[in-house]
Design a protein around this ligand. Structure first.
Ligand code: SDX
Length: 429
C-alpha cells in the first residue's frame, strides 16, 4: 500500500495537502485523519457511502464486476471446491490450510460445539414464540458470563479460544433457539458429523427416531454458510468492529453484530424476502409489487434486491440460484410456486428501467430463503443461519482490528440542534 500521492484541498483561503493511499485492489483513499486538527472541519458521510473505516486484508468486493474474494480466492471457486470450515480457516488465518492444519482446526472446533449445561436454563426464560434472533442476541451476549478464561482481549491465546468457541457454538445455540421455539427437546451436537450436518441434526433430529443427514441438503447448507461467511465492512461487521474498539469482550461484540444483522435492510432481508414472495403468491401479481417498489411514497422495497456495493449481480445470488434448483429437484419440489414467482420477478425487474437505472440486482438474500424453506426451516430461522455463517467473518475482522491496537471508534457530527440557551423555570414556560 503506497502513500506517494496527495489530494489538494483549498478551504477558507488556505490549501491543504491530504496524503493518499493506494490499496492492492480498489479505489485510492484520501487520508483525512489530520483534517480536523489542521483545517477545523469534519467530513460528512452519514451512510459511509464514500468512507473507508479501516484497512483490511480479509475480503474484497468489486461492486461493478460483481466480484467477491475471500483472502483473494473467488467465492465461486470456494463454493464449488471448498467447505465452510476450510473457509473459516482461510478467513481467520489468511491462507488455505494443509491437511494437518485442517484436521487440527476441525478437531478444535468440534471439541467446542457443546455449550455450558447451565445455559440450557437461559432458554426457559424466553417465551416459546420469541424470535430466535432475540434468543441468540441474549444467549451469545451471556456467553461472557460463562467463559471467563477467554475474555481478555490482550491475550492472543484467549482471543483464539473465544474465536473457536463462537464458531463452534453458534450452530448449537441457533439450533437450541429453534428447538425451543417448536417445543422440542434440545439435541446435543454429534462429533462424528460435519459442521453443516451437525447443525441439520441438532435442528431436525428427535429422540424418538434416528436422523440421517441428507448429503445433498448437507452440501447445500454448507454452501449457504460459505456464501455468507464474510463481506467486507457491512453494517453488522462495522458494528462488531466499533464494539471491539472500546475493548468490549468478544462475546459482547458478536452479540452486537447479531443485533445489527437482524434488520430487514441487512441480514433480516432473507426472511422478509420469502415473506414478500409468499405475499405476491402468483406471477400475475408481480406487476402490482413492481409498481409499489417504484413508488417512493409506498415505503415498499423489493426484499432481496439492491445492494450498497454491488451494482452488478451479487455473485452469491448466482450460486444460490443454482443451489435452489438442485435442492428443490432433490426434494422433488419441481413446481415450487415461490421459486416460480422469484424467477419471474427477477426477469421482470431486470428488464425494468427503474431497476436498470438504479443498478438493482438480486442479492444474496433473494434465493437463500427459498432453499431454507424447502429444507424445512421456519422463516424466523433464516437470519439465525446467516448469523452462524457470518460469525467467522465478524471474528476475523475483530481479530484484525484488535491486532492493530487501533483507537476507539468515535465519529463526530453535523450539529443542527438549538444554540446555547438558559434554563427556563417551569413557572415561566
Ligand atoms: C445484505 O453490506 C453488505 O455487504 C450486506 C450484505 C452482507 O453480506 O453483509 O450483502 C447482506 O444486507 C444484503 C442486502 C439485503 N437487503 C435487502 O435486500 C433489502 C432491500 N434492499 C434495500 O433496502 C437496499 O438496496 C439496500 C439497503 C440493500 C442498499 O441500500 P443503499 O445502498 O443505501 O441504497 P439506497 O437505499 O440509497 O437506494 C438507492 C436507490 C433509492 O432510490 P432513490 O432514492 O435514489 O430514488 O435505489 C432504490 C432506493 O429507493 N432502491 C430500491 C431498492 N433498493 C434500493 N427500490 C426498490 N427496491 C429495492 N430493494
Amino acid at each position: 500500500m503506497s502513500a506517494d500521492k496527495t489530494a489538494k484541498l483549498s478551504l477558507n483561503g488556505k490549501s491543504y495537502d491530504l496524503p493518499m493511499m493506494s490499496p492492492v485492489m480498489g479505489p485510492d483513499v484520501v487520508d483525512i485523519r489530520k483534517l480536523y486538527d489542521e483545517a477545523d472541519v469534519f467530513t460528512y458521510d452519514p451512510g459511509f457511502t464514500s468512507t473507508a473505516s479501516c484497512k483490511s486484508a480479509i475480503t474484497y468486493i468489486d461492486g461493478d464486476k460483481g466480484e467477491l474474494l475471500y483472502r483473494g480466492y473467488p467465492i465461486e471457486q470456494l463454493a464449488a471446491e471448498s467447505t465452510h470450515l476450510e473457509v473459516c480457516y482461510l478467513l481467520l488465518y489468511g491462507e488455505l490450510p494443509t491437511k494437518d492444519q485442517m484436521d487440527d482446526f476441525k478437531t478444535r472446533i468440534t471439541r467446542h460445539t457443546m455449550v455450558h449445561e447451565q445455559m440450557h436454563y437461559f432458554f426457559r426464560g424466553f417465551r416459546r414464540d420469541s424470535h430466535p434472533m432475540a434468543t441468540m442476541v441474549g444467549v451469545v451476549g451471556a456467553m461472557s458470563a460463562f467463559y471467563h478464561d477467554s475474555l481478555d482481549i490482550t491475550d492472543p491465546w484467549q482471543r483464539e479460544v473465544a474465536a473457536m468457541r463462537m464458531i463452534a457454538k453458534l450452530p448449537t445455540i441457533a439450533a437450541m433457539a429453534y428447538k425451543y421455539s417448536v417445543g422440542q427437546p434440545f439435541v446435543y451436537p454429534k462429533n462424528s458429523l460435519s459442521y453443516a450436518g451437525n447443525f441439520l441434526h441438532m435442528c431436525f433430529a428427535v429422540p424418538t427416531e434416528d436422523y440421517v443427514v441428507n448429503p445433498v441438503l448437507e452440501k447445500a447448507m454448507d454452501r449457504i454458510m460459505m456464501l455468507h461467511a464474510d463481506h467486507e465492512q457491512n453494517a453488522s461487521t462495522s458494528t462488531v468492529r466499533l464494539a471491539g474498539s472500546s475493548g468490549a469482550n468478544p462475546f459482547a461484540c458478536i452479540a452486537a453484530g447479531i443485533a445489527c444483522l437482524w434488520g430487514p435492510a441487512h441480514g433480516g432481508a432473507n426472511q422478509a424476502c420469502l415473506e414478500m414472495l409468499r405475499e405476491i403468491g402468483t406471477v400475475d401479481r408481480i406487476p402490482e409489487y413492481i409498481a409499489k417498489a417504484k413508488d417512493k411514497n409506498s415505503g415498499f422495497r423489493l426484499m432481496g434486491f439492491g445492494h450498497r456495493v454491488y451494482k452488478n449481480f451479487d455473485p452469491r445470488a448466482t450460486v444460490m440460484k443454482e443451489s435452489a434448483d438442485e435442492v428443490l429437484d432433490l426434494l422433488g419440489i419441481h413446481k415450487n410456486p415461490t421459486l416460480q414467482v422469484a424467477k419471474e420477478l427477477e426477469r421482470i425487474a431486470l428488464s425494468d428501467e427503474y431497476f436498470i437505472s438504479k443498478k438493482l440486482y438480486p442479492n444474496v438474500d433473494f434465493y437463500s430463503g427459498i432453499i431454507l424453506d424447502a429444507m424445512g426451516f421456519s422463516t424466523s430461522m433464516f437470519t439465525p443461519i446467516f448469523a452462524i455463517s457470518r460469525t467467522v467473518g465478524w471474528i476475523s475482522q475483530w481479530k484484525e482490528m484488535i491486532g492493530e491496537n487501533g483507537k476507539i471508534g468515535r465519529p463526530r457530527q453535523l450539529y443542527v440542534g438549538p444554540k446555547k440557551r438558559d434554563y427556563v423555570d417551569l413557572r415561566h414556560r
